[in-house]
Design a protein around this ligand. Structure first.
Ligand SMILES: NC(=O)C1=CN([C@@H]2O[C@H](COP(=O)(O)OP(=O)(O)OC[C@H]3O[C@@H](n4cnc5c(N)ncnc54)[C@H](OP(=O)(O)O)[C@@H]3O)[C@@H](O)[C@H]2O)[C@@H](O)CC1
Ligand SMILES: [K+]
Length: 477
């Protein structure tokens, strides 16, 4: 069993791939063996999480997820705990594995009761209501059990998935369990790590239940970028040049943030071309930045971060930028301009040079002609659709940032937290991506590595220090 942390990459499998692997594993191991392993793994983790627990409430659903819970209840009973089981199944409709675990739990003397637990007296609660078979919004007794788990003062350990969370998309279309820990079985599912998954699953653990067999993955949980030492015999030209095109009147700060981020992320030289033609800004806190008028930029030699507070004015520059920029990050207002102009969409499609789009869900919705709700309903599919439409790397922001490009399984970024929900952090991310591009990373690597670094900074941010975008930009080094 492994705790899932951002320290390494993991393969992710959706429900169809997991069902395929499950069928093969059951065929290889024989009936009930996997459920026995699942129940034992759950009971062991429960004990590790709450070693002194006496009262354990286990809410078991009508399918095999409930079977895993019944199997765990049997072990906890044998180990001297006092599991109380609420079982929502129907013996006439029970699958053979779950029926076997029900018989074992009964034989062990587990207490079955329909009474809801005393919420304050439980030491641990286990959510074995639904896993992969979650088919529709919960109602009735199932919804009441979800509410009881969510109201419990005890930590909740979810088996396989928090009940109500969709394995493939990270969405919940009805009541869902908010777990402190989730033990994912056989595979790690993408939905645990994006959309609502991070909030509902808590700390994810993984038990493969079998050795060696695998099926093609649907996505990856990204790992850390490889450490890259700077050669002693290097100079500023070795790390490439970034230009930020943005900063329309009233929004110059966005361009400065992106530029400062690129600078601190290691770009050799950083130019700022502000669309606010009024004044030259010497950006007192970053005298390293070089200010240029937009027409002066030698785009064909630059990694350009375009958007960043660019306002509607940025649209006029996009035909040239799309045609000429050696590498390109399109953010915010640049994405909105593309969404509003089919000519720019064609130019983006025809672009042959490395390109990263960094939309948040609303910008992605505009580009796809859909809605934020539709994008969030399946973030992986939305990112894939955008990448296919524009032939670019797409970095879809939000909880569990998704990076994808045509012909490649998406990566979900494992780092970051809600402290990043503050103005300007998106500009900082665009600057990071541009710095990676300028240093010679592919568009895919630049997007994955920048997203990871950006989130990791927030994850290690000192508790008492305000996380502002400008501080985040400066912390990059
Ligand atoms: N087989 C094995 O050896 C292993 C299995 N494993 C475990 O099995 C889990 C998958 O089991 P599963 O396929 O039985 O699905 P599960 O999530 O239990 O739910 C299905 C049941 O719930 C019902 N139902 C659904 N939605 C509902 C709703 N809203 N409200 C009410 N009822 C609802 C649905 O009813 P129906 O839709 O048929 O009417 C059906 O009865 C997997 O996540 C893992 O934990 C692993 O440990 C590996 C070993
Ligand atoms: K569950």
């Amino acid at each position: 069993m492994h705790p899932i942390t951002p320290e390494r990459a993991w393969a992710l499998h959706g429900s169809a791939a997991t069902r395929q692997l499950e069928a093969r594993a059951i065929a290889a191991a024989g009936p009930h063996v996997l459920m026995q392993r699942a129940g034992l793994a759950t009971a062991r983790l429960a004990l590790a999480l709450a070693p002194h627990a006496r009262q354990v409430w286990i809410a078991c659903g009508p399918g095999n997820n409930g079977g895993d819970g019944l199997e765990a209840a049997m072990h906890l009973q044998h180990w001297g705990k006092r599991p109380r089981v609420r079982w929502l199944g129907d013996e006439q409709r029970l699958a053979p594995d779950a029926a076997a675990s029900l018989a074992r739990a009964r034989a062990a003397g587990v207490l079955f009761t329909d009474a809801m637990p005393e919420l304050q007296s439980q030491d641990l609660a286990i959510d074995a209501l639904l896993g992969l078979g979650n088919a529709r919004a919960a109602t009735g007794d199932l919804a009441a059990c979800i509410a009881a788990l969510n109201a419990s003062a005890a930590p909740v350990l979810a088996i396989d998935l928090p009940t109500g969370l969709a394995a493939d998309t990270g969405q919940a279309h009805g009541p869902a369990v908010r777990a402190r820990h989730t033990l994912s079985l056989l595979t790690l599912k993408p939905g645990l790590f994006t959309g609502m998954g991070r909030d509902l699953a808590g700390q994810v653990w993984f038990d493969a239940l079998q050795d060696g067999d695998t099926v093609p993955s649907d996505a990856t949980l990204a790992g850390p970028p490889p450490a890259r030492a700077r050669a002693h015999a290097s100079h500023k030209g070795s790390y490439g040049d970034v230009a930020v095109l943005g900063g329309a009147p009233g929004m110059r700060g966005a361009a400065v943030l992106a530029a400062s981020a690129a600078l601190h992320a290691g770009a050799g030289r950083v130019y700022v071309a502000a669309l606010d033609a009024g004044t030259v800004d010497l950006a007192a806190d970053a005298p390293e930045l070089m200010w240029r008028a937009p027409p002066e930029l030698a785009l064909a030699r630059l990694a350009v971060a375009c958007g960043c507070g660019g306002g509607p004015q940025v649209a006029a520059w996009l035909p040239r930028v799309l045609a000429e920029a050696a590498q390109l990050v399109l953010d915010a207002d640049a994405l909105n301009a593309v969404a509003a102009d089919t000519g720019l969409q064609d130019a983006l499609r025809w672009r042959a040079q490395p390109t990263v789009l960094t939309p948040h869900p609303l910008e992605a919705a505009r580009l796809l002609g859909s809605s934020t709700t539709a994008v969030q309903a399946d973030r992986l599919a939305a990112a894939r659709a955008l990448a296919a439409r524009f032939g670019a790397v797409v970095l879809l922001k939000g909880s569990g940032t998704v990076v994808t490009e045509p012909g490649r399984a998406p990566a979900i970024n494992p780092t970051g937290n809600a402290r990043l929900a503050t103005a300007g952090t998106g500009d900082v991310l665009a600057g990071f991506v541009a710095a990676h591009l300028a240093a010679g990373s592919t568009a895919w690597e630049a997007a994955c590595h920048a997203a990871y670094a950006h989130g990791a900074l927030a994850d290690t941010w000192p508790a008492g220090r305000a996380l502002t975008a400008s501080a985040l930009a400066r912390a990059a080094a």
